[in-house]
Design a protein. Structure first.
Length: 67
């Protein structure tokens, strides 16, 4: 499956299905691991910015362990 729309984060998607979740500035992004941490034609994500153990709205913790 392709990346979910911005703001449509599903629980556990940071570890399952080969997808990655990044949250920053109040926005959560979900995209395939193969994308090299970059949404096709959209915003490039910086690991230093988005992977600092921030908590998702559902309480899921995102950190380097989920990389």
């Amino acid at each position: 499956p392709g990346p979910n729309p911005v703001g449509s984060v599903r629980r556990g998607s940071g570890e399952a299905g080969g997808l990655r979740v990044a949250c920053g500035g109040g926005t959560c992004l979900v995209f395939p691991a193969e994308s090299g941490w970059q949404l096709e034609g959209r915003k490039r994500l910086a690991l230093s910015e988005f992977l600092r153990g921030q908590a998702l709205p559902d309480g899921t913790k995102l950190g380097r362990a989920a990389q």
